[in-house]
Design a protein around this ligand. Structure first.
Ligand code: ZN
Length: 340
């Protein structure tokens, strides 16, 4: 998966989503980072040129700790991004076209810092101009906490690395103990979201979660579902369609796009209840397969199907390769039949 992190200033990336970047990098995702400004006004005792040089070097050190593969500095004017939206978007466009990210991390639009707020419209304008498939836009929090969030990432295993990356921004941590602030923030998030000791939280910036009620998204079960969706995205290629066995509970097509999923059973595109028996399930499976479904995905809440519909399960095992089986999803590839 290609991941792009957009930081208005050096250090926003480490503070806002440093832990999540580590997790992506450790999973083998390509993570690129773009710094809209180089924070040249953040060191008032130095010339802007010297400040820029120092902060860019610190960003590269932090990037190496986090596992970021590529760093780009757009050198737009620090503290004046609001007046520079068009130029910044123009500069960002070729990077979007090069990286083709599936996920973009960015600041949120209620942040107290004007540059952080401007970042959201810059990214949206650059995306429109780029013509690339719209990625998921996940907003992170720097010093203004998000009042609502859609998902929480357990960063406990990489918390020390995140702190090290934040402290690599030496010139900034000397002025303000960002490391202490986010240690408290990430601990708070971990406890409240119930996902682990330390967590980072994110809100979707493109409204793709608006169909999912907030109380559902605040539930730890939601974060498990989100993790399952991320796995589906990895095994099911974009543009393909698949059968999703979820008892009709997942209603987030925008999160899976451009993949398309069919409920099971399906009638006129809608969930049609559970099959009465194995024969119906197998017949419907073949019908949807002939209609173009390339995979069948069971999520953990429907694993009981694999026992209850033993005939369907045996049929799948005999006919198609099982390409993923873990505690969250089971996936069969319907494109080619196994040789028996
Ligand atoms: Zn910033």
């Amino acid at each position: 998966m290609n991941v792009l992190v957009i930081a208005p200033h050096p250090d926003d990336e480490s503070i806002g989503c440093g832990g999540t970047i580590c997790l992506h990098a450790d999973r083998g995702d390509r993570v690129a980072a773009v710094f809209l400004t180089s924070g040249e006004k953040g060191l008032t005792d130095l010339s802007q040129e010297d400040a820029r040089r120092i902060r860019e070097r610190e960003s590269e050190d932090a990037a190496a700790i986090l596992g970021i593969a590529s760093v780009t500095f757009l050198r737009r004017p620090d503290k004046h991004l609001e007046q520079d939206t068009l130029h910044a978007a123009e500069a960002l466009k070729p990077i979007l076209q090069r990286e083709k990210p599936e996920v973009i991390y960015l600041t949120h639009e209620r942040d107290f810092h004007p540059d952080h707020r401007a970042c959201v419209s810059i990214v949206q304008a650059a995306l429109r101009a780029s013509g690339i498939a719209t990625p998921a836009l996940l907003s992170y929090e720097v010093l203004t906490p998000l009042t609502e969030y859609d998902r929480a990432e357990d960063i406990t295993p990489v918390m020390r690395r995140k702190l090290k990356a934040v402290c690599a921004h030496r010139s900034q941590v000397r002025q303000f103990r960002y490391d202490r602030a986010l240690l408290a923030m990430n601990r708070f998030r971990g406890v409240v979201a119930g996902v682990g000791r330390y967590a980072e939280v994110f809100r979707f910036a493109n409204g793709c979660m608006s169909g999912i009620p907030l109380d559902c998204r605040a539930d730890p079960g939601w974060h498990r579902l989100y993790a399952a969706i991320q796995e589906i995205i990895k095994v099911v290629p974009a543009e393909s369609s698949f059968i999703l066995v979820d008892d009709g509970c997942l209603e987030a097509p925008a999160l899976i796009a451009p993949r398309r999923y069919l409920p099971f059973l399906e009638k006129e595109g809608r969930y049609w209840g559970k099959p009465p028996d194995d024969a119906t399930a197998i017949r419907e499976l073949e019908r949807l397969r002939n209609a173009g479904a390339s995979f069948i995905v069971f999520i953990w809440s429907t694993f009981w199907w694999l026992e209850y519909y033993g005939g369907l399960h045996r049929y799948l095992r005999a006919q198609f390769p099982c390409i993923r089986q873990d505690e969250r999803i089971v996936v069969f590839d319907l494109r080619t039949r196994s040789r028996t």
